[in-house]
Design a protein around this ligand. Structure first.
Ligand code: ADP
Ligand code: MG
Length: 629
């Protein structure tokens, strides 16, 4: 490390090297996107400067003419992307471009298959931003200085993308960043003003900031600057003037995504407050969708001036996958995050934006089932959170939900509640569901036997969020939601008189047995009773009517919240041969073994952990030995 410049050579974070290799190979066919990515970063850097300058205008220094400059040098064979945005400090350079700070990186690398064609697809999904420079460059130099720091705080970073980079201090008068690409030998065609302008117009026309280049000229003297892009806010233009390509490129910039979006909403809202929405639904979920601090949401603008990124006040958490821009005409230019907390304008905009998004999804679900299925697969679990989070829109959200059901036992969630209702049996009053930890556990649960026998459909819920969702949804269109794991199997209106009488008869007949079982299991159960819900299984456990669902209890327990009470009700199948045999069992020890094994089995079938698995195994073995003797 030299004293004056503190030059250091550092290694990239291990994944960066792997990422670079993969990216260079897989994105080569679409190599000009490097420019889009670097311009997108430059534009973000200017946005950040504007935001920070709201509370500290000194950050503009003497230069408030914000822009991006693209230049090239035929002799040196370089292209430079320069901005006078926020710049980076030495530590920021290390953190932002020496590492991949994105959450989800590990998941990304785990998802890689080694098959380059498949992985190329993944890399687009992940987004590679700055590193896409190495598609066309064999050396990249970044010279930057953070706004507000003195000229001596300039930083010079350089790398050939082969695992290491150097970083040293340098003097830099200008605020902002230059990214200089030293082109690979075969990339000479990029050293041409016409080609560069074409690429800029194709991918970056929508950037709301001038992108300037020097005019090509043969005359003497310094050539003039020329703005290459439209440099007007895309969302402020009228819909019929904007092409799908322009909309999609803008999406890629705001969402930091490489893939076209699934759909968009572009709408000028007039009324008490005026604002414009340009919102997108991505076609794939980011890796960190379920990570609470996932970033890049909706950007807030005021009269076309950027205010802030990821304005979480504009979109509820269950719609955190929505990307885009909200531009308000009513907020002051100097708003801060604090002001946004309880602001009438913001609340109105948020309510309007949510309505628009839900309306868009409703239309999609009616008009393009295939796209809606993609949406649901990617974002359905997030949307389910809305049932609890947004009580005002509960009915609208509920309409958008899709479920697996016993109709076809498919894991694919395809049935809406309206579909379910349209298929309800005559006399059926409730919507039945079962929650379990896995789809297989839900589908195969003994609790479904009677429903299957009677042809009554049951929703199969196995997503983590499902318990939360149903605990906030008591009914839909006047039909109450009923867990099949709770209470007496209440097939009200669907069991006939004869069945009721038979159940009563079995209960009387098995009274002695249920009491004997209760005495054996003692305080492990709340009650033992004859079941009307089993056909092929000997026994099952259910929760009492007023208790919470067993799967929710397990979830809470796993999260460290062990609730009191909640002993299960143990139900036995009077028609099952084991129970008939047990009724006549004279040997007390064998009776106890059978009883405990049946009970533990029922727990296992429910996905419960046995408190004492060894005793279960021992008892089972004793019974097997007796049988084989
Ligand atoms: P992303 O843009 O999705 O954050 P990138 O790989 O494109 O990912 O950029 C990584 C980070 O490097 C950015 O988040 C930013 O902090 C920093 N960065 C890149 N280019 C610039 C720039 N021109 N000015 C300031 N910071 C930059
Ligand atoms: Mg970027």
């Amino acid at each position: 490390m030299s004293v004056e410049t503190q030059k250091e050579t550092l290694g990239f974070q291990a994944e960066v090297k792997q990422l670079l290799d993969l990216m260079i190979h897989s994105l080569y066919s679409n190599k000009e996107i490097f420019l889009r990515e670097l311009i997108s970063n430059a534009s973000d850097a200017v946005d950040k400067l504007r935001f920070e300058a709201l509370s500290d205008s000194a950050l503009y220094e003497a230069d408030s003419d914000l822009k991006i400059r693209i230049s090239y040098d035929k002799e040196a064979r370089t292209i430079a992307i320069s901005d006078n945005g926020i710049g980076m400090s030495r530590q920021e350079v290390i953190d932002n471009i020496g590492t991949i700070a994105k959450s989800g990186t590990r998941e990304f690398f785990q998802a890689l298959t080694g098959d380059q064609r498949k992985d190329a697809n993944l890399i687009g999904q992940f987004g590679v931003g700055f590193y896409s420079s190495f598609i066309v460059a064999d050396k990249v130099t970044v010279i930057t200085r953070r706004a507000g720091l003195g000229a001596e705080h300039g930083v010079h970073w350089e790398s050939d993308g082969n695992g290491e980079y150097t970083i040293e201090n340098t003097n830099r008068e200008l605020r902002g960043t230059d990214v200089v690409l030293h082109l690979r030998a075969e990339e000479d065609e990029l050293l041409d003003g016409y080609s560069l302008r074409q690429i800029i117009r194709k991918y970056s026309d929508h950037i709301n900031l001038p992108i300037v280049m020097k005019r090509e000229s043969t005359e003497e003297g310094e050539p003039e600057d020329e703005t290459v892009n439209k440099a007007s806010a895309l969302w402020a233009r009228s819909r019929n003037e904007i092409t799908d390509e322009e909309y999609n490129e803008f999406y890629k910039h705001v969402a930091h995504d490489f893939t076209d979006p699934l759909g968009r909403i572009h709408s000028r809202m007039e009324g008490k407050y005026e604002y414009t929405l340009l919102l997108y639904i991505p076609s794939r979920a980011p890796f960190d969708l379920y990570n609470r601090d996932s970033r890049h949401g909706v950007k807030l603008y005021v009269r076309r001036v950027f205010i802030m990124d990821d304005a979480e006040q504009l979109m509820p958490s269950y719609l955190r996958f929505v990307r885009g821009v909200v531009d308000s005409s009513d907020l002051p230019l100097n708003v801060s995050r604090e002001i946004l907390q309880h602001n009438k304008v913001i609340e109105t905009i948020k309510a309007g934006a949510v309505k628009k998004v839900l309306g868009f999804l409703e239309d999609l679900s009616n008009n393009d089932k295939e796209k809606y299925a993609t949406f649901w697969q990617e974002f359905g679990s997030a949307l389910k959170e809305g049932v609890g989070e947004d009580s005002g829109n509960k009915e609208n959200i509920a309409r958008l939900l899709r479920f697996s059901t016993t109709l076809n036992d498919s894991e694919k969630q395809e049935s809406s509640l309206d579909d379910y209702i349209s298929r309800m049996k005559e006399g059926q009053e409730d919507i039945y569901y079962i929650t379990a930890e896995t789809f297989a556990a839900a589908k195969n649960s003994p609790l479904l036997e009677i429903f299957r026998k009677k042809g009554v459909e049951v929703l199969l819920l196995a997503d983590l969020v499902d318990n939360y969702m149903v605990s906030h949804m008591y009914e839909y269109k006047g039909k109450s939601l009923q867990s099949v794991s709770k209470g007496v199997a209440d097939l009200a209106g669907m069991s006939d008189e004869q069945e009721k009488q038979e159940l009563q008869k079995s209960a009387d007949e098995f009274k002695e047995l249920t009491e004997r079982i209760k005495n054996t299991l003692q305080n492990k159960v709340k009650e033992v009773r004859v079941s009307n819900r089993l056909t092929s299984s000997p026994s099952c456990i259910v929760a009492d009517d007023n208790d919470i669902d067993p799967s929710l209890r397990r979830l809470l327990k796993a999260a460290g919240k062990d609730l009191p009470g909640g002993k299960p009700v143990f139900e036995i199948n009077p028609n099952h041969s084991i129970l008939q045999r047990l009724k006549a069992e004279g040997d007390d020890a064998r009776f106890a073994n059978w009883t405990h094994v049946l009970f533990d089995q029922a727990l296992l079938a429910e996905g419960e952990q046995l408190e004492d698995p060894v005793s279960f195994v021992n008892r089972l073995n004793e019974l097997l030995v007796a049988l084989s003797a």
